[in-house]
Design a protein around this ligand. Structure first.
Ligand code: NAD
Length: 353
């Protein structure tokens, strides 16, 4: 066995259905008296109900979280934290809401309890991406790790089928890249394989029957493990490309991951034989990249960057930007194959391994 380093992130995880009822005792466990409940505008009603159920333990609700964690929103929220004298944060939402909690925690060290409602996985990572003046800067700090994560399947039941599918593909991408990460290790490999298996099984069921609780449960379990993968090892071409594409053309996060993943895997396939062996076993196929492309089709996701907002001249812009800041990838970054990858993803063609 090759030598490895395993870095476990501290986390207390409460998982199940109806676990939202455990929130008051988790707040007490942390010794908090006045938590601020965070949400996005569409989830404000859910956040207000939650705050109402907490009675005097809730200092208030801040429901202005948006994607890519703009620093201006964080600064606005910090004022509310100060005005309400909040001593802790409860984030109920997807990666956008978790991002806001992390950004506040980075500046205040307030304890966070995160209740994820999508499969993005941010709650398990020490990573925070913030946007200022249109530029997204990502950093990693143990200060942003939530103290407690409460996974309640019930909170995910309202996630629309289409968003569930792409959010799940976003999670799968974390596990796929973990399998061939520079810091890959046996523990993370186990979690990645388990996570991909769970999500690949659950997502098509959720597409057909969004209220299937077992499938929702399996997807959330898979998403948790994918989040651990993302938080434990470095990512490569796929995540860098999505970051570049999302930032350059303001593309939707989970959908971008869904389109790019089969192509990024096809690009790396020959350089990562062990990861491909695992993926062939988990996906029960000889062609994992094609299987992920097919899965995106089965869940009804859009498979072309042209369909989700990328302009035609974006292919060359994205190629230049993807190569501008070199980063580690199992296969060297070569201009023409990278351009071809982006062009295929733009057109929605199947991946070419
Ligand atoms: P999101 O949090 O923006 O949610 C997408 C939309 O779905 C929002 O309008 C939200 O209100 C709604 N929504 C969420 N859960 C719902 C539910 N259960 N029912 C109904 N509607 C619901 O999207 P996301 O994909 O979870 O997160 C994307 C953001 O997270 C990006 O900014 C991304 O960069 C970040 N992210 C960060 C990390 C990290 O480790 N730092 C990891 C993954 C994603």
């Amino acid at each position: 066995m090759k030598s490895f380093v395993y870095n476990g992130q501290p986390a207390r995880v409460v998982f199940g259905s109806g676990t939202i009822a455990r929130l008051p005792e988790e707040i007490e466990r942390l010794g908090l008296k006045r938590v601020l409940v965070l949400a996005t505008p569409p989830q404000e009603a859910k956040a207000r109900r939650l705050a109402g159920s907490l009675g005097g333990m809730a200092a208030g609700v801040y429901a202005r979280a948006v994607m890519h964690t703009p620093v201006s929103v964080t600064e606005d929220a910090l004022q509310v934290v100060a005005e309400l004298k909040a001593d802790g944060l409860v984030a109920v939402g997807g990666g956008s809401t978790t991002g806001l909690a992390k950004a506040i925690a980075l500046r205040t060290d307030l304890p966070q309890i995160v209740m994820p409602t999508t499969y993005a996985g941010s709650e398990m990572t020490p990573i925070l991406g913030e946007t200022k003046d249109g530029v997204k800067v990502t950093q990693s700090s143990p200060r942003v790790l939530p103290e407690v994560v409460i996974y309640d399947v019930d909170l995910t039941m309202t996630l629309p089928a289409s968003l569930s599918g792409t959010s799940g593909m976003n999670a799968i991408a974390h596990a796929v890249e973990a399998l061939y990460a520079r810091e890959s290790n046996p523990v993370i490999n186990l979690m990645a394989a388990e996570a991909i298996g769970a999500l690949v099984e659950a997502l098509p069921v959720i597409t057909e029957a969004p209220h299937d609780r077992d499938a929702r449960s399996k997807a959330l379990y898979g998403a948790w493990l994918c989040g651990i993968c993302l938080g434990s090892v470095g990512m490569a071409l796929h995540h860098k490309l999505c970051h570049t594409l999302g930032g350059s053309f303001d593309l939707p996060h989970a959908e971008t991951h869904t389109v790019v993943l089969p192509h990024a895997l096809a690009y790396n396939a020959r350089a990562v034989p062990t990861a491909m062996e695992t993926l062939r076993a988990v996906l029960k196929t000889n062609d994992p990249a094609q299987a992920l492309y097919d899965l995106a089709g089965r869940i009804g996701a859009r498979r072309a960057l042209s369909e989700i907002g990328m302009p035609p001249d974006g292919i060359d812009i994205a190629t230049d930007r993807a190569l501008a800041n070199p980063y580690w990838n199992p296969r060297a970054l070569e201009r023409e194959p990278i351009r071809a990858l982006i062009a295929r993803a733009y057109a929605g063609e199947p991946p070419r391994t």
